[in-house]
Design a protein around this ligand. Structure first.
Ligand SMILES: Nc1ncnc2c1ncn2[C@@H]1O[C@H](COP(=O)(O)OP(=O)(O)OP(=O)(O)O)[C@@H](O)[C@H]1O
Length: 401
């Protein structure tokens, strides 16, 4: 036999060995991955259930640049629908264009392209005072020379409601916001939380069709902020007003909203319920912005993905070439025996209710594993220790790039 045919034979034997190895690993791991069709089903379910709801606000292809920034679009082809009585949150990092979008909806700024509709009526040519929309600003913007009651009555007086209606409405709003005892005090005599409630009472008193809230809780300390989050939800429910709430705080968005629109660099990246946004982020930008997450880089190989550390995952890749997989730290578990990944414990951060472990796995970025501090079932892990990371099959998401 010639040298060439011997080499070919060895090469083929290697191939067969590798193929068998792949198949046996596939069977052992049996990882089942979310398929694109599952995502589509989710979308369809959502759109069918929402299709019957009346629409409050429609934004179609909205774009905007500030005059001095003609090259850069602050908003780039933004489209979304908000339904009546919905608590919709626009979530995004600082500078992504959230306030600008609110200013366009309120009419303080005019879009360069696109359309805004309230119900079926275009707002394009309507000045701010003709739009049945109110705004609650970050700094409250209360009238300092007016009492709480006068602040709340202001919008109603401008609209020339009768004295009796104004008295009744102010009393109702002060009761809803628990400000009855503060009616005759001035803004400077109130705490931050009380001022926030006056701003809300004033904005809701004239029964706007849509209330825009621009980071209204950001000036409050954490405890008060949590209290006000619950009060805001309660107020929205009691008044039945549609809320468009803006924040860069993901916890706030996840805990308060019916749906969230994630905005990054002037573009809406994903719209969904808090659970959809958290559990099924559409792309890496969204996944990175919402909560802690781990990314694994890999290369697609037929029906599998080979991780940078050489591990093989039997998953149908969504595209050829490089792929990104994601999983949340709370879905993984540290272990001393075995796991998909292994490495050395690099850092430990204690958070009271949970502990976050950072594991240095070869060929991957630092992997985070969050463990609830509910039991002391195993000897505590120590920095430098060799550990394994178990990741259940349902934890993985294959992300669009
Ligand atoms: N009046 C203005 N003139 C020029 N550029 C502006 C003006 N206002 C905002 N910008 C720019 O537009 C972009 C979006 O700003 P915007 O205030 O809408 O962001 P944001 O998401 O609300 O940020 P934050 O959460 O910090 O309030 C930023 O790059 C900002 O610098």
């Amino acid at each position: 036999m010639s040298k060439v045919s011997v080499s070919v034979e060895i090469f083929i034997k290697h191939l067969i060995f590798l193929k068998n190895l792949l198949n046996s690993m596939r069977q052992v791991m049996q990882v089942k991955w979310p398929q694109a069709s599952e995502k589509n089903i989710l979308k369809e379910k959502e759109s069918t259930s929402l299709a019957t709801k009346p629409i409050c606000l429609t934004i179609n292809g909205l774009s905007f640049s500030y005059p001095e920034q003609t090259n850069a679009r602050v908003l780039d082809d933004v489209s979304l629908k908000i339904y009546e009585n919905e608590f919709f949150t626009l979530l995004g990092p600082s500078g992504c264009g959230k306030t600008t979008l609110l200013r366009l909806i309120a009419g303080f700024q005019q879009q360069t392209a696109g359309e805004i509709l309230l119900g079926n009526h275009s707002l394009n040519d309507k000045p701010p005072f003709q739009r049945p929309i109110n705004t609650v600003f970050q700094n409250y913007a209360l009238f300092p020379h007016m009492t709480v009651a006068q602040n709340v009555a202001f919008g109603l007086e401008m609209k020339k409601f009768s004295a009796e209606t104004i008295k009744e409405t102010v009393s109702h709003m002060l009761s809803l916001t628990q400000l009855e005892n503060e009616a005759h005090r001035y803004p400077k005599e109130l705490s931050g939380g009380q001022q926030q409630r006056v701003a809300l009472a004033r904005a809701l008193a004239s029964r706007p069709k849509l209330l825009l809230l621009d980071e209204p809780l950001s000036a409050l300390d954490l405890k008060l902020r949590k209290e006000m989050q619950r009060e805001l939800k309660h107020l929205q429910h009691e008044t039945g007003t549609t809320f468009l709430f803006v924040t860069h705080n993901q916890d706030e968005a996840l805990s308060m909203s019916d749906r969230i629109g994630v905005m990054i660099n002037g573009k809406i990246q994903q719209i969904g319920t808090p659970e959809e946004i958290y559990n099924s982020p559409f792309n890496r930008c969204v996944a990175e912005f919402i909560g802690d997450i781990n990314f694994l880089e890999g290369v697609s190989e037929q029906n599998s993905i080979i991780l940078a550390g050489g591990q093989l995952l039997p998953v149908q890749p969504v595209n050829d070439g490089f792929v990104t997989l994601a999983f949340r730290p709370e879905h993984a578990k540290l272990n001393r025996q075995s796991g998909l990944l292994s490495g050395y414990l690099k850092e430990i951060a204690y958070f009271g209710t949970s502990t976050l472990y950072y594991v240095d796995c070869e060929g991957q970025p630092l992997i985070q594993v969050r463990s609830q501090n509910i039991t002391d079932e195993c000897t505590p892990f120590a920095i430098g220790e060799k550990v394994h990371v178990q990741i259940p099959q349902h934890a993985f998401r294959v992300l669009a790039s």
